[in-house]
Ligand binder design. Structure first.
Ligand code: ZN
Length: 71
C-alpha cells in the first residue's frame, strides 16, 4: 500500500492555453503514474530529483544487509 511519490512538472514549453498563459510551471507531488497538468492539460513529467526518501532508506538497508557482523 506504499506507492512511490514523485515530483512532477508540467511539460509545456512556452505559452499555453493559446497564449493566454506565458508559461506553465505547475509542479506537484503525485504517486507514480501518468498525470496531466490541471492548468494547461499538458503531460506532467517526472522531475529527476534523485532518489526519494523511501528509496534512500531501502538502499541503506540493502547496504547494511550484507552481514558484516565480524568485528
Ligand atoms: Zn501546465
Amino acid at each position: 500500500m506504499s506507492q512511490q511519490e514523485y515530483l512532477y512538472r508540467c511539460s509545456s514549453d512556452g505559452a499555453v492555453n493559446n497564449g493566454l498563459k506565458q508559461q506553465c510551471d505547475f509542479e506537484f507531488v503525485f504517486i507514480e503514474g501518468d498525470h496531466h497538468c490541471p492548468l494547461c492539460g499538458s503531460r506532467l513529467l517526472r522531475v529527476p530529483t534523485g532518489p526519494s526518501v523511501s528509496e534512500l532508506l531501502r538502499r541503506g538497508q540493502e547496504e547494511v544487509e550484507p552481514k558484516e557482523k565480524g568485528k
